[in-house]
Design a protein around this ligand. Structure first.
Ligand SMILES: [Zn+2]
Length: 332
């Protein structure tokens, strides 16, 4: 099922980029834990610093109440530039949440030293995280929980996914009451929080995913927009860690259904978009990353590494993306 061969990482490491002490020292957390424990670990890290604020927001399910954590730079001024990172909206894709936990102080320090402010949603779907589910504990997926906007087509019809083309079509946010969209609780709360963020100041947005839907071997790919050539150096660094998924017709994650246990039903009928030589896919799919590119963020990227990718390498890929985009934003 692989359109292009996916081999070993390209190495030797020739980019000249330093992977730093974190890579040499290894990661601390590589396996799942209860969301309460995950949040407690992050809160302790926040409390140990003076440059962050942390709030919690209830997620009310039939099965009980979970918490959404929002961590942000203290004192975001009206002229500050802001990066948003959301991780693990698909609750079984733990590498995003683990990336934030494992790199937390380095990540905050790297941004703040360069006068870039942060808004972090480290665990987008805590009930799914606790139950190793893509969707939530109630098995309520709506039209998918990475649901941010709808396109209003010329004939007045509403579309959620335009595929690779036609990005200039008008759009409206997915929680617009007039649309009447069935939103899962984690998506409803996320949209409410995001709309209170300083959106006009967001210059970069990351959505950290992990591909547990396809059976692909160890590799990375990415959903992004705009001039993809500006990410060539980042892609080169990633290719020293894991192979890039080139020339693959990606349909995974689209047009999904789940069974009564919340498991994704295998299907092959989704519309596929082909990845380029560096593993980039452009898809206007109404998602988090599509939303941020529409509101004018200079960089909006959803990262993916496959389930066959070791956790420490999946986290390292996110770290490379993070530092690479911060560098693009802050090195004149
Ligand atoms: Zn995902």
């Amino acid at each position: 099922m692989i359109a292009a061969p996916v081999g070993e990482p390209a190495g030797p490491w020739t980019s000249g980029w330093s992977y730093g002490a974190r890579h040499e020292g290894g990661l601390v957390f590589t396996t799942a834990m209860p969301s309460t424990e995950y949040h407690a670990l992050l809160r302790a890290k926040v409390d140990a610093r003076s440059d962050l604020v942390c709030t919690t927001h209830p997620l009310n399910y039939r099965a009980g109440t979970w918490e959404m954590l929002r961590i942000a730079s203290k004192d975001v001024g009206p002229n500050d530039k802001v990066m948003v990172i959301r991780a693990t909206i698909h609750g079984d894709e733990i590498s995003g949440a683990m990336s934030i936990l494992n790199y937390f102080d380095e990540l905050v320090g790297y941004a703040h030293q360069r006068s870039l402010k942060l808004v972090l949603y480290p665990l987008g779907n805590p009930s799914g995280f606790d139950h190793r589910l893509r969707y939530n504990v109630d098995h309520h997926m709506g039209e998918g929980n990475n649901d941010f906007l709808r396109y209003v087509m010329d004939d007045g019809s509403i579309e959620s996914d335009l595929g690779p083309g036609r990005p200039s079509t008008p759009w409206t946010i997915a929680n617009d009451a007039a649309l009447g969209i069935d939103l899962p609780e984690e998506s409803r709360v996320m949209l409410e929080l995001v709309q209170r963020d300083p959106l006009s100041q967001v210059v970069a947005a990351f959505d950290w995913h992990q591909d547990l839907v396809t059976d692909l071997p160890m590799c990375a790919y990415h959903y992004a927009f705009g001039d993809l050539a500006r990410y060539g150096e980042i892609a080169a660094r990633i290719s020293e860690v894991v192979p890039l998924l080139a020339g693959y017709d990606m349909a995974g994650g689209f047009g999904e259904q789940i069974d009564d246990q919340g498991s994704v039903v295998p299907h092959t009928d989704g519309v596929a978009v082909r990845s380029d030589a560096n593993g980039f896919i452009v898809r206007h799919d109404g998602s988090f990353s599509d939303f941020y590119q529409h509101i004018g963020a200079t960089h909006s990227v959803a990262t993916e590494t496959t389930g066959a990718t070791p956790m420490e390498l999946a986290c390292l890929v996110n770290w490379i993306w993070f530092t690479g985009v911060v560098d693009l934003l802050t090195s004149a």
